[in-house]
Design a protein around this ligand. Structure first.
Ligand code: MN
Length: 147
């Protein structure tokens, strides 16, 4: 990779591809991914920039690896475990191991964020019927969740 990739309007970086979020997974809406530091960066971690378009959401999932998230753009709401949080630029979000999580952009703003993960990580797990029933036990969570 080149030493410097310029940041461009629209939250794009030179020499960084704009990728679909998870082509194999239809349980999200309007999410793009740019891998800023990937396998070729020589790290045990990867740093990605995700952007959720207004009204969109990421997959509701959990896994053993953690997410270290730093919001960079827009506004939205996140589920971490049993709790919901409104988030704004430069808020820090940590998703612990084996913790259900979902991020949603506001209806009138995107939600752009950096996400740091282990380079070697387990595959996400989606909720089963019992998991969903437990998550939906709270009305506010039930209204938030998209599956
Ligand atoms: Mn995840």
């Amino acid at each position: 990779m080149k030493p410097v990739s310029r940041f461009r309007p629209g939250f794009r970086w030179d020499d960084v591809a704009l990728e679909p979020y998870k082509p194999e997974d239809a349980h999200y809406r309007d999410v793009s991914r740019q891998v800023l530091f990937g396998a070729d960066a020589g790290l045990a971690a990867e740093l990605r920039y995700f952007e959720i378009a207004p009204g969109g959401w990421t997959t509701l999932e959990r896994h053993a690896h953690v997410h270290a998230v730093l919001v960079l753009r827009g506004a939205g709401r996140v589920l971490v475990g049993e709790a919901l949080f409104d988030v704004a630029p430069f808020d820090r979000v940590r998703v612990p191991p084996r913790t259900w999580h979902q991020l949603r952009a506001a209806d009138d703003a995107p939600l752009g964020f950096l996400c740091l993960v282990d380079a070697l990580r387990d595959r996400p797990e989606r909720p089963g019927p019992d998991d969903l029933a437990a998550l939906r036990a709270d009305p506010e969570r039930a209204a938030f969740l998209r599956v």
